[in-house]
Design a protein around this ligand. Structure first.
Ligand SMILES: O=c1ccn([C@@H]2O[C@H](COP(=O)(O)OP(=O)(O)O)[C@@H](O)[C@H]2O)c(=O)[nH]1
Ligand SMILES: [Ca+2]
Length: 443
């Protein structure tokens, strides 16, 4: 593989203009994996022909991959389209169709058929999106994350087997092990692959990749490519994983912290995580509006929660409460303190909710921006509680997780990103690459 060194020298490819991106990817990945296509293939004569006889499509071969993300708060379908223009060159990633439903599968812990129905509704979209002659060649896979990891083995398996039945009844290709709970370390690695692929940073053999931070509802992942020998020596063994993709081996630092997702952290802060909830039991916190009393359903359980009616509220007491949830619970690799990271999922959502970033564009923040916003919201709770009563707790948790959990500095830069070139920054693209590779569909 040859790569123009000028193209790998950018230390912040996240700032590249999108017009440079396809060229870079084409150079870097032409001998490796699907490249991103931006060419406008619309031609005046296309409407005159059925697609399979249209001259412009004569040599192109379109294929699809369907990946379900069964997250703790929702289920999402990603239908990726790839185009192989000629047998000599490798396929290009052309686009993605994305749809989601709430709640997640784990909310149907006691009604597995209903859970599978929610998957079926999304799968019906793929029937419309994929041309019938390609159904049999299009693989469909569902990977569940923390929501199902937290259920009992029996309940999780019941859900998975109902979903498997829906897949078997569909016209798509159902590989072995098509419905499973994904290992947490894969979740981090595959998201890292997606982000670094989409931003062109897998260019030039392992240089200048960017670490990723994913904050889900029930778990959170941190993943980066260590640059220093110290990190390899000091990290717990199971935090280091070798992973092969695009003909390269990456030795990544990754860990998924179960129970440290944003919604699980709310329960932990309230003292309600992993406890038998007695009927009518009330959980109170200084991170909630004083007069609040409400109910919340998560993972199929109902919780009653409220503010500290008589006691303190605000950032200071809230930070102390949240600190108990994270302090000393996470490994702190020294080398990340000075690096910048891509951050998405709830990092993105909460930053967008509070206008720290633009909802469509994302943006670059420092860790201290989350703290500043947490103080503003927690110390003026009445003004913000119409958005979500948990906004103060969520922002305070994000601040504590970044600073006291992972050990980031106040000025560590976070690139908040939801989509790159219209493709979701989700582990699902990395998982689809892996799937297509393992099925030998593309190569
Ligand atoms: O394609 C996706 C899937 C999830 N999310 C975000 O992921 C978070 C929810 O996490 P999830 O339900 O996946 O929980 P997990 O199972 O990962 O803990 C929310 O911020 C969603 O907006 C997203 O932005 N895009
Ligand atoms: Ca997730």
């Amino acid at each position: 593989m040859t790569v123009d060194p000028r193209l790998t020298a950018s230390s912040d490819p996240g700032r590249m203009t999108s017009s440079r991106l396809p060229i870079l990817l084409a150079l870097v990945f032409s001998s490796l994996f699907p490249v991103f296509s931006h060419s406008n293939r619309e031609m005046w004569f296309q409407d005159l022909f059925p697609p399979n006889t249209c001259p412009i499509n004569a040599k192109t071969n379109t294929f699809y991959g369907i990946m379900f993300d069964a997250g703790s708060t929702g289920t999402r379908i990603h239908i990726y389209t790839f185009v192989q223009k000629s047998p000599e060159i490798l396929p290009e990633l052309e686009g993605e169709i994305f749809e989601s439903v709430k709640p997640g599968l784990s909310a149907y812990a006691d009604q597995p058929e209903k859970g599978a129905e929610s998957v079926k509704r999304l799968l019906d979209m793929a029937i419309d999106a994929v041309p019938p002659h390609l159904w049999k060649k299009t693989p469909v896979v569902l990977k569940a994350t923390a929501g199902l990891r937290l259920l009992s083995e029996e309940k999780a398996q019941a859900l998975l087997s109902e979903v498997k039945e829906v897949f078997e009844e569909s016209p798509f290709l159902v590989p072995e092990d098509s419905v499973s709970i994904m290992d947490g370390s894969y979740e981090g690695i595959l998201a890292w692959i997606t982000v670094n692929f989409l931003t062109g940073q897998l260019a030039g053999h392992n240089q200048h990749t960017t670490g990723t931070l994913d904050l889900g509802g029930a778990s959170t992942q941190i993943t980066f490519l260590p640059r220093f020998e110290e990190t390899l020596k000091e990290s717990p063994r199971d935090f280091l994983t070798s992973f092969e993709m695009f003909n390269s081996t990456y030795k990544l630092y990754t860990h998924s912290y179960l129970g440290f997702g944003l919604k699980a952290a709310r329960l932990a802060t309230l003292g309600a995580l992993n406890t038998e909830v007695a009927d009518g039991q009330m959980f109170r916190s200084s991170c909630l509006p004083k007069q609040l009393e409400a109910e919340w359903h998560f993972g199929g359980v109902k919780y009653r929660y409220g503010g500290n009616k008589e006691g303190e509220t605000g950032f200071k007491p809230c930070y102390l409460e949240v600190l108990k949830v994270v302090k000393g619970k996470l490994h702190q690799p020294d080398e990340i303190r000075g690096s910048s990271f891509y951050a998405f999922s709830y990092y993105y959502d909460r930053a967008a909710d509070t206008n720290l970033i633009d909802y469509e564009q994302g943006g670059v923040l420092e860790v201290r921006d989350f703290e500043r916003k947490a103080k503003e919201v927690c110390d003026n709770m009445e003004r913000f509680s119409s958005a979500s009563p948990f906004l103060c707790m969520d922002l305070t948790y994000i601040t504590a997780l970044l600073k006291e959990g992972f050990g980031f500095r106040d000025n560590t830069l976070l690139q908040l990103t939801k989509k790159v070139n219209n493709i979701e920054t989700s582990w699902t693209l990395g998982a689809t690459f892996h799937l297509l590779q393992s099925l030998g569909i593309t190569y």
